[in-house]
Design a protein. Structure first.
Length: 96
């Protein structure tokens, strides 16, 4: 082969390798975007799950403590009961 043919062949290989490199870079960028979106979806799902878990963990001890306090203090209902004779006295009493 002549030096010009070798040079032309080398240049052709270089151009094809450069084209493949650009294709690979484009492919990596597409995959990177897809992977990023997938990770964002997974993190959003985990975040929602964590919020539910935290809410449930907070609500259970809170309501349990509230009920224990009621039981300990002899409170049977959340709404205070007013004895029959006291209701009229409370209604007749002027408001502060």
């Amino acid at each position: 082969m002549s030096p010009r043919a070798d040079l032309a062949e080398a240049k052709s290989r270089e151009e094809s390798m450069e084209a493949r490199l650009h294709e690979a870079e484009d492919e990596m960028a597409r995959l990177g975007g897809a992977q990023k979106e997938e990770l964002e979806r997974e993190f959003a799902a985990e975040r929602e799950d964590l919020k539910r878990t935290i809410k449930n963990k907070w609500m259970i001890p809170s309501s349990f403590g509230y009920r224990c306090c009621m039981k300990k203090n002899g409170i049977k209902r959340d709404v205070p009961s007013i004895p029959p004779g006291e209701e009229k006295k409370l209604l007749d009493k002027p408001a502060p």
